[in-house]
Design a protein around this ligand. Structure first.
Ligand code: ADP
Ligand code: MG
Length: 390
């Protein structure tokens, strides 16, 4: 297949990539006048019935999955003896090209991990297991949308048993490794050639989460075999040592995905999705909580300070009132006994104090209203002068 060649009503424009299942080209659909991605099964692979079946199955699985984060298939066709499928063209970069050495910011991780988990949960709910989830099979478009590609190794759960019975014992190890996944992203049960369910994809997703955070894979040997041995036996370097600033809950989620035994991982991919979404929400509210003190003092604090000020003023006025009170009492009741004069002074002081207190309270509640109900209409003033909230 070369650039400029036509295949049916498609003109090949550029090679986009290649993998275990074939080559992918940018092509122009000359009848619909649009660009598509065209995945070709090379003639040598097309000779194998097994590969032809897988190709057909990829097309059927993609057609069954309708999700914004899974690439859309248009057609599966044959022209000039070449079998190919056409897909929506995803313009962007592979996730493998986007992970920097020191890892990504938490927000970027969420931007990718949440749609990714959403796409996987949708596939799992339809009984589809991807089995080859890795950054090279995930694209991020120029406007940030995540697209899962390459369901070439995917299968429906109900196929698993039949395939286990017929395929594995007859395939040589290299072929098996190539067919059943990509070493650094395999789950322990995948390495062991056991039957897989959605929890195997959750393990691969855990590896991707770890890699996005650390900038390096959790299990990396010198060869595929030593990498697979590590997946089976070794614990990865603690993410907390590499990225101590990440929230502990994020580290827990990754650890749970990477548990060796499938039953110790998330049972359901939707639970993993919810855990990621909750954590994102908590992290953003935690952040805004940190910013809050920098904002202007919340208005509800003001009524307290007004009440305090008015109370102090009232108390001062009350004390001051005692001076004229004593003077007036002694002038009026000079002929009476000292005890009566004192009682008179205390009464005078009390009545004066209560009056000042009442006036100042109504003054204070009018201020409360202004600060707590700045937009309230005058008809709401009565409500506003009710006892204030704590
Ligand atoms: N729909 C698409 N739009 C744009 N590029 C694509 C598309 N599908 C695949 N590619 C590119 O081709 C590469 C190989 O495709 P993939 O489906 O993973 O094939 P394989 O099964 O051979 O690994 C991808 O890594 C990606 O770069
Ligand atoms: Mg691929």
């Amino acid at each position: 297949m070369v650039v400029g060649q036509t295949l049916g009503h498609y003109r090949i424009l550029e090679k986009l990539g290649a993998g275990g299942m074939g080559e992918v080209f940018l092509a122009e659909d000359t009848t619909l006048k649009r660009q598509v991605a065209l995945k070709v099964l090379p003639p040598d692979l097309a000779a194998s019935q097994n590969r032809l079946d897988r190709f057909q199955r990829e097309a059927e699985i993609l057609a069954a999955l309708d999700h914004p984060n899974i690439v859309t298939i248009h057609t599966v066709e044959e022209a000039e003896g070449v079998r190919f499928l056409t897909m929506q063209l995803v313009e962007g970069k592979r996730l493998s090209e986007l992970i920097p050495k020191g890892g990504m910011h938490l927000e970027q991780i969420f931007d990718i991990a949440i749609p990714l988990a959403d796409a996987l949960a949708a596939a799992h709910e339809k009984g589809v297991i991807h089995r080859d989830l890795k950054p090279g099979n995930i694209m991020v478009t120029d406007n940030g949308r995540v697209k899962v590609l390459d369901f070439g190794l995917a299968k429906l759960r109900r196929d698993s048993e039949a395939e286990m019975a017929t395929q594995l014992p007859t395939e040589p190890l290299t072929e098996e490794g190539q067919l059943l996944g990509t070493a650094p992203y395999m789950s322990p049960e995948q390495v062991e050639g056991k039957m897989l369910d959605s929890r195997s994809d959750a393990f691969s997703l855990g590896i991707i989460l770890y890699e996005m955070a650390a900038g390096a894979r959790p299990f990396q040997g010198e060869s595929s075999v030593s990498t697979m041995a590590r997946i089976l036996e070794a614990e990865p370097q603690q993410l907390a040592d590499l990225r101590p600033e990440l929230p502990p809950e994020f580290l827990r989620i990754v650890r749970r995905c990477l548990r060796k035994r499938p039953e110790d991982r998330y049972n359901d991919t939707r639970d993993l999705l919810v855990a990621l979404k909750d954590l994102r929400q908590d992290s953003s509210s935690h952040l805004s909580g940190q910013i809050a003190p920098a904002r202007p003092s919340p208005p509800v604090i003001r009524p307290h300070s007004w009440r305090l000020r008015v109370a102090v003023l009232a108390a001062l006025l009350g004390v001051l009132a005692l001076v004229p009170g004593v003077f007036v009492a002694f002038t009026l009741f000079s002929d009476l006994s000292a005890i009566r004069a004192t009682i008179g002074v205390v009464w005078f002081g009390l009545i004066y104090g209560v009056l000042v207190w009442a006036v100042s309270c109504s003054f204070a509640s009018r201020h409360d209203q202004r600060f707590t109900h700045a937009a309230a209409s005058p008809t709401k003033h009565k409500e506003a002068s009710l006892p204030e909230r704590p």
